[in-house]
Design a protein around this ligand. Structure first.
Ligand code: ADP
Ligand code: MN
Length: 266
């Protein structure tokens, strides 16, 4: 039997590079007593076997790698765990996404951080569910407990996460075509997100898209809004601007932002 373990000493990222001490300290900070309890509970329930080092330490959340050793001796399964931070400063930024979001009305209490952070995690969980149900490539959401979200790990069997689109290295003689295809693929995803999921990502960029083998994966949807949110179309224009700028810099002959907007919303 595999012993329950929460290991934070080896913080692996970017194909084995060790993170420096300062980053390690930050990643440990988020694991307060309550968070540890939640993780231990998940381990006891057989949802996880080990929690490993941080894949990413962000302003609002840290993402950790984890592994589940199935009891039937089948191959270990990688997981990703996003743990939202309960620090106050983080939420100032997020106000504009909450105001006007009807799913937030019940239970939104801007003075209560723990409650807010739980709502963010819930929102990401529900949004991921919608994406997944609509067949948009994204991490499948698996378990949610307060501010701790367990999802499918997007990476290889050894536990290395797929790169962000920003860091992806495309190779081959048809690199130009590949970029063009990824651009088209992303427009299709944005349209589906809008038409089928009724959502606007609202923080879409090369940093919130993972890439592997010609496939784009959408992540980080906690701030995504319903398309009837008062600022949804403003956020959509911003998303279009971001990705247009990115693909233009990669040499793609992009469509006019107006045309993209019409394609997504029509
Ligand atoms: P943040 O709010 O900190 O930006 P993200 O959801 O964007 O959080 O995740 C941060 C990073 O963690 C991503 O850029 C990606 O590298 C990694 N990551 C997030 N989710 C997964 C996942 N399911 N599988 C593998 N890596 C992930
Ligand atoms: Mn992100």
């Amino acid at each position: 039997k595999h012993a329950a373990k929460i290991r934070l000493d080896t913080v692996k990222q970017d194909h084995g590079r060790e993170k420096d001490k300062a980053d390690r300290a930050t990643s440990e900070l988020v694991l307060d007593q309550r968070t540890r309890m939640i993780l231990l509970q998940m381990i006891n329930r057989g949802l996880l076997s080990e929690v490993h080092g941080a894949i990413s330490t962000g302003k609002e959340a840290n993402v950790y790698g984890a592994v589940l050793f199935p009891t039937d001796e089948s191959a270990p399964v990688q997981r990703a765990i996003k743990i939202y931070k309960t620090a106050i400063l983080v939420f100032k930024d997020r106000e504009r996404y909450i105001t006007g979001e009807h799913r937030f009305k019940a239970g939104a209490d801007k003075g209560n951080n723990r409650k807010m952070v739980k709502l963010w995690a819930e929102k990401e969980f529900r949004n991921l569910r919608r994406l997944h149900a609509a067949g948009i490539a994204c991490p499948e959401p698996l378990v949610l407990k307060l501010h701790v979200l367990v999802m499918e790990f997007l990476g290889d069997r050894r536990g290395y996460a797929f790169p962000r689109l920003r860091d992806a290295r495309l190779t081959g003689e048809d690199v130009e075509d590949q970029w063009r295809n990824l651009y088209i693929q992303l427009l299709g995803i944005m349209r589906r997100l809008y038409q089928v999921c009724s959502l606007v990502h609202a923080d879409l960029s090369e940093y919130n898209i993972l890439y592997n083998d010609k496939q784009l994966y959408i992540i980080d949807v906690s701030q995504s809004v319903e398309h009837d949110h008062p600022r949804a179309l403003e956020f959509l224009r911003m998303d279009i601007k971001n990705i247009s700028g990115y693909f233009r810099r990669e040499g793609v002959n992009i469509l006019a932002e107006r045309a993209v907007f019409n394609f997504i919303t029509a």
